[in-house]
Design a protein around this ligand. Structure first.
Ligand SMILES: [Fe+2]
Length: 330
């Protein structure tokens, strides 16, 4: 009994340590995904005292092994099929000696962890692993972005934008249209090509931070509470943090961070005003507002282009940069 308690306590300590590590797991560079995967795997082996394991990333229903303690561990089609249909966050196969942990964000599968142990996994192993799987999935997604996206490479940016929009039919293609409007403004302003490439990725990913906001809030039918609204307003900060303010994606992250600032300084998250707001963010703000106003939403009808244009003019110089509005409507 005493032994059980000691084991319970040390597992709990291990769990809290792993949770903290997972939340801060962040690498840059081409091997970011590999490093993150190896870390996650070693945390989970330690936590569950499993002997061997692997982490695979799933793309188009195909698994690619990213971290593994042994070459002999494989993942078969049946397991991948299970991943797509699993309602339980974690399951056991083969007499509780194999644990499969799906890495999912908003029902979208990004990977799978398989652990193997000589004794049966306990219910606590299962519960801890299930709880950590969301944070592991977030770390994997962050690493995928850092490994895959370069400025000008749109494939992954588009994919990620879709990931955010998939669960909500009303915002599907929203980012694509915001991107189109943003690039139109930038080209009329004759902004340099490199700026346009950064702007394009930022516009596609401006709402990426919403992956961290629970569905119950994002898809709520009815007014949000004060706390819920506060949480939704965190999405630009979360989005910018995914890419990091310094490094290759710093400028893109700053456009994402400030796309809800207002020209008069009454926006969020930092209450920046006028030219202190990065130009890319001011452009996205106009494109985003126009796109949102002219699209149908469950709670209101779309405005006509003329009505939306009038709204932009009415809020030019308070919410929006007047020069950007003028260029957009030219
Ligand atoms: Fe937003």
């Amino acid at each position: 009994m005493e032994l059980d308690n000691t084991r319970d306590m040390s597992q709990l300590i291990c769990f809290t340590e792993v949770l903290r590590e997972l939340k801060n797991l962040n690498y840059t560079g081409s091997s970011a995904l590999e490093k993150v995967a190896n870390n996650i795997l070693s945390y989970l082996l330690k936590l569950t005292q499993a002997q061997t394991g692997m982490l695979a990333v799933i793309t188009n229903q195909k698994a690619a092994k990213v971290a593994s303690t042994s070459n002999t561990i494989t993942i078969d089609e049946e397991e991948i099929a299970w991943l797509y249909h699993a309602s339980e966050p974690v399951t056991y196969l083969h007499n509780r000696n194999i644990m499969l942990i799906p890495l999912k964000i908003k029902k979208i599968s990004s990977g799978l962890i398989k652990l193997i142990k000589s004794e049966p996994f306990t219910d606590k192993d299962l519960r801890y692993a299930a709880y950590l799987s969301y944070f592991a999935a977030m770390a994997v997604e962050r690493a995928k972005v850092k490994t895959g996206i370069t400025v000008g490479n749109l494939t992954n940016a588009r994919l990620l934008a879709r990931t955010v929009e998939l669960h909500d039919p009303y915002t599907r293609n929203h980012s694509i249209r915001v991107t189109r409007h943003s690039l139109m403004i930038a080209s009329k302003m004759k902004l340099p090509r490199t700026f346009c490439q950064i702007l394009r990725n930022a516009a596609l990913l401006h709402d990426i931070g919403k992956i961290a906001i629970p569905d119950e809030i994002l898809l709520k039918n009815g007014p949000l509470t004060h706390e819920e609204f506060h949480l939704v307003k965190r999405h630009p900060v979360i989005g910018a943090n995914i890419f990091g303010k310094q490094g290759d994606y710093g400028e893109m992250a700053s456009f994402i961070l400030h796309h809800h600032e207002r020209w008069d300084g009454s926006g969020y998250p930092h209450g920046l005003a006028r030219e202190n707001i990065p130009l890319g963010a001011r452009i996205i703000a106009v494109a985003d507002a126009f796109e949102a106003m002219t699209s149908h939403r469950p709670y209101r009808k779309a405005l006509s282009r003329e009505e939306a244009t009038r709204e932009l003019i009415n809020h030019s110089g308070t919410q929006f940069d007047p020069q950007v509005v003028e260029v957009f409507l030219k």
